[in-house]
Design a protein around this ligand. Structure first.
Ligand code: PBG
Length: 440
């Protein structure tokens, strides 16, 4: 007889592929469900056991000729057992359990004549796990990181738990922590010294600027890290706008695109894997694709901020980078939050210009747009859970109005359910730790 034995060994390395969806039983030679406490498989993060657990384990499958434990000898062979039952000599089994009593006062009613009772498929943790339609894993996360020229990490007031990281130390340490729980993609946002800002944002394509330097350092330490960059002029613009501002306040499109091409090429030269134009100028995807190709960066991907809305949810981010527009707003280039069909116009352009990934931003208030692009485009879809979304969940948690971890996991799962392949989220590290069954 061939017997399959699954044994569990703890892995030293921390990169794993897919998380298992149920907690494993430790110390046994099989794995399966833990005896059901109240471990509802998705949202009891940290409260009971590891949830959508991705324990750092490897399951090896061995084939062997005999079972590990000795078989208990019962006396009768199969034929004798069958004969005993046929003769009416049936061995004892536990009795049919009594029907659980309803509380006194429960009305006695005839049961509803339902052919379908959807609750049947939700009746136990194991069944809920079986029929869960959406999965989420640290591999789906892109971790946005703020960097600055300082040596220290500076807390960002409006984003509890987020820091402007020193690019030589804090940044490298944060990336190491993220990789440790399976988050191997980051996106960099620089806080640029005011003295380097200008109306044309030329610091954006300084090959020795903060972002290219940080990319080179990270790639040197972690060659397989996936580095996304932001392509836009706002951190480098003395006006705090994503493009060049004419004296009458108009944001100049084609001139800005010219600068963005130089910025993207500079980031690619430093080693960026995916450049991500977040500026919302027209025609920038095609122009950047051409500029990258002309410089031999055919392998560098473009994630386009396709449907980026003029949203008030970006407030904490702008505080983090001190990049608030000096005047006016961004409504002539970012989209009107009231618009749905317009996202299709942007998506068609980005697709035909050669975007590799389409991004929707913000995330949770724009689930319909994520679903729209998911249904209309074969390209991977990214969702950006922006700073305001993050800060609201953090604030609600601190004030004990909501359960921070559960709301975090639920919001991320909902972004996946709506159709996002990847999620840019400031919760990347915290959520990945939860998924790995770690509580900090
Ligand atoms: C700038 C940029 C912004 C964000 C990402 N890239 C701010 C803006 O458009 O004003 C916002 C991210 C967030 O709020 O988390 N091009």
């Amino acid at each position: 007889m061939l017997f399959i034995c699954v044994s569990e060994t703890v892995m030293a390395s921390s990169i794993f592929n897919a998380p298992c969806t149920v907690p494993a039983v430790k110390g046994k030679n099989y794995f399966g469900l833990k005896p059901a406490v109240n471990n509802d498989l998705r949202f009891d993060v940290g409260k009971t056991t590891s949830i959508i657990g991705c324990p750092k384990r490897v399951f090896t499958v061995r084939a062997s000729e005999k079972k590990d434990g000795p078989l208990k000898k019962l006396g009768l062979n199969d034929a004798e057992c069958e004969a005993a039952v046929v003769a009416g000599n049936v061995p004892e089994a536990p009795p049919v359990p009594p029907r659980p009593a309803a509380p006194a006062g429960t009305p006695v009613v005839p049961s509803l004549p339902l052919s379908r009772r959807p609750r049947r498929n939700r009746k136990s943790p194991a069944m809920r796990a079986s029929f869960q339609e959406t999965s989420i894993s640290p591999a789906n996360f892109v971790y946005p990181l703020f960097i600055h020229e300082g040596e220290e990490d500076t807390p960002i007031g409006a984003m509890p738990g987020c820091y402007r990281l020193g690019w030589r130390h804090g940044l490298v340490e944060e990336v190491a922590k993220a990789r440790d729980v399976g988050v191997n993609s980051i996106v960099l946002f620089p806080k640029v010294p005011d003295a380097l800002k200008s109306s044309t944002g030329d610091e954006a394509y300084n090959d020795n600027g903060l972002v290219p330097r940080a990319i080179r350092l990270l790639k040197d330490k972690y060659p397989d890290l996936v580095i996304y960059t932001d392509v836009a002029l706002d951190p480098y613009s003395s006006d705090g706008h994503d493009g060049i501002v004419r004296e009458d306040g108009v944001i100049m499109n084609d001139e800005t695109v010219y600068q963005l091409c130089k910025q993207a090429v500079s980031q690619a030269r430093a080693g960026a894997d995916v450049v991500s134009p977040s500026d919302m100028m027209d025609g920038r995807i095609g122009a950047i694709r051409k500029a990258l190709d002309a410089e031999g960066f055919q392998h560098v991907s473009i994630m386009s901020y396709t449907a980026k809305y003029a949203s008030s949810f970006y407030g904490p981010f702008r505080e983090a980078l001190e990049s608030n527009p000096r005047f006016g707003d961004k409504k002539t280039y970012q989209m009107n939050p009231a618009n749905y069909r317009e996202a299709l116009v942007e998506a068609h352009e980005d697709e035909s210009e050669g975007a590799d990934i389409l991004l929707v931003k913000p995330g949770l208030p724009y689930l319909d747009i994520i679903r729209l692009l998911r249904d209309k485009s074969p390209l991977p879809i990214a969702a950006y859970q922006v700073s305001g979304e993050y800060s609201m969940i953090k604030a609600g948690g601190v004030l004990k109005m909501i359960d921070e971890e559960r709301v975090m996991m639920e919001s991320l799962t909902c972004l996946r359910r709506a159709g996002a392949d990847i999620i840019l989220t400031y919760f990347a590290l915290q959520a990945a730790r939860c998924l790995c069954g770690e509580k900090r």
